[in-house]
Design a protein around this ligand. Structure first.
Ligand code: NDP
Ligand code: 2IT
Length: 451
């Protein structure tokens, strides 16, 4: 029995069936193909080969005790992919699906996203296969402390600055920071997304979702002379990114009619009641969205097992704009077909790589404006960098200042990728525009620093 359990767990953590890294690399290299020949230095300095190889992969054992003093062991990771533009920067994900493969894809994407912000930050990602669901606050605290005991030698305010991602919010960052400080006696900006009480930036919790909507607003205004006011929007997810995407969309007068979690989806034709979603999901609460329909008459819950085959309930709902904000590969070819059929004009990614490659191709072919997460969700890491700036200068910026800077930065990202796409003859292909613009900045730095 024990042997079987150990083998099953090893099988899971050693499986190489996760193809997300190859998916991410393949998309980027396809975009870059036409431009690698335009500068002989790319080949001379083996830029592409060096770019797809992480600087280092750190893996460690995390041992912790649950509330009954039972011992648990999880795998912890930090992948430092590229620091040509600045200190390694990227989130930590705590989710049972975490493996080296998933983190390699996320760290690789982060290089390009961080480059698009124009800020001095390199690309990294980390996390653990620890599942925060069903754990007490003390268990989460003990896990975070054990995780940091292994991670601390590899990070630093000018070395590598982790932040949150799926399963990691301000609470976890707070516990991780507390342990870092206890071990090193250093009170510096070694993590971003900290609670405001000790060094966090105002608006970091909202930044990714708000940034997604600022990006969408700019893209729709420039490309279609359209606004979001009065438009039906669909959002997937019910976590940090989804909640703040919904909040900003509602502030701009859009009607958001869906949200989802890993077990099912809500359709509420009168508009999602965000305070109820928060009550069920925020601050580490993992209550099922099924409870939403008990409270809101006229809303509908679809269990994951009742989703269409190879599809997602959220993308079956007619909308003007769709915002996938939960996880990778959650919007399939069939979902894209449905969106096109229903007249959707734009898909703006809030999550990292939520749309499958064949779905992206279809959306682009059908003239749907499509923005890759590395462009439209870059507001989160950008405000993380604002937090690093504030920590380094011992300043505190007010909410409006951060909000204005975020809005301006998202407009700049849109402008940069739209212009790049035009310059390379692929107008409105924001995937190619983002990959090429991001690559050129990183490649230049890699060339200048030598081999
Ligand atoms: P949260 O942990 O706050 O929320 C994640 C949400 O996605 C939850 O609703 C969760 O459902 C759902 N979800 C997670 N895994 C799955 C899955 N395998 N299938 C279906 N649903 C799933 O994470 P965030 O909101 O922070 O992150 C969401 C996405 O945005 C991720 O792709 C992340 O990498 C990306 N991102 C996050 C940034 C940030 O600042 N936090 C910045 C940029 C991108 P449940 O509640 O059931 O677990
Ligand atoms: O995917 C991402 O950009 C994040 N999870 C945020 C990273 C950060 O360092 O704020």
């Amino acid at each position: 029995m024990v042997v079987e359990k150990i083998l099953a767990s090893l099988e899971k953590s050693n499986c190489v069936t996760d193809n997300t890294f190859l998916q991410a690399v393949s998309e980027v290299l396809t975009s870059l193909e036409p431009i690698v020949k335009t500068d002989s230095r790319y080949e001379q300095f083996a830029i592409l080969e060096r770019l797809v190889t992480p600087d280092r992969i750190i893996q460690f054992k995390v041992q912790w005790l649950d509330d009954n003093n039972q011992v648990h062991i999880n795998n912890g990771y930090r992948i430092q992919f590229n620091n040509s533009l600045g200190p390694y920067k990227g989130g930590l994900r705590f989710h049972p699906s975490v493996s080296t493969g998933v983190l390699k894809f996320l760290a690789f994407e982060q290089i390009f996203k961080n480059s698009l912000t124009g800020l001095p930050i390199g690309g990294a990602k980390g996390g653990s296969d620890f599942d925060p669901k069903g754990k007490s606050d003390y268990e989460i605290m003990r896990f975070c402390r054990a995780f940091m005991r292994e991670l601390y030698p590899y990070i630093g305010a000018r070395v590598d600055v982790p932040a949150g991602d799926i399963g990691v919010g301000a609470k976890e960052i707070g516990y991780l920071f507390g342990e870092y400080k206890r071990i090193t006696h250093n009170y510096d900006g070694v993590l971003s997304g900290k609670p405001y009480a000790f060094g966090g930036s105002l608006m970091r919790p909202q930044a990714t979702g708000y940034g997604v909507v600022y990006f969408a607003r700019e893209m729709l205004a420039q490309e279609l002379q359209e606004s979001l006011e009065g438009k039906i929007c669909t959002v997937s997810g019910a976590g940090n990114v989804a909640i703040h995407t919904i909040e900003k969309l509602q502030q701009l007068g859009a009607l958001v009619v869906t949200c989802s979690d890993s077990e099912g989806s809500i359709y509420d034709p009168r508009g999602i009641d965000l305070s109820l979603v928060r009550e069920l999901k925020e601050e580490g609460r993992h209550l099922s969205l099924e409870k939403y329909v008990e409270r809101i008459p006229g809303s509908l819950y679809t269990k994951k097992s009742d989703y269409p085959q190879n599809g997602h309930a959220v993308w079956q709902v007619p909308c003007f704009a769709a915002f996938p904000c939960a996880t990778q590969n959650e919007l399939s070819f069939l979902d894209a077909q449905k969106l096109v059929e229903n007249g959707c004009v734009s898909v703006v990614e809030g999550a990292n790589m939520p749309t499958t490659p064949d779905a992206i191709e279809l959306l682009q072919r059908e003239g749907v404006l499509f923005s890759p997460g590395k462009a439209s969700n870059a507001g989160g890491v950008a405000v993380s960098e604002f937090e690093m700036s504030q920590n380094a200068s011992m300043e505190k910026w007010d909410f409006d200042k951060v909000d204005r800077k975020l809005d301006e930065l998202m407009r700049q990202i849109y402008k940069r990728i739209a212009l790049t796409a035009k310059e390379y003859g692929v107008e409105r292909n924001f995937v190619d525009g983002a990959n090429i613009a991001a690559f050129k900045r990183v490649a230049e730095a890699m060339i200048l620093e030598g081999v």
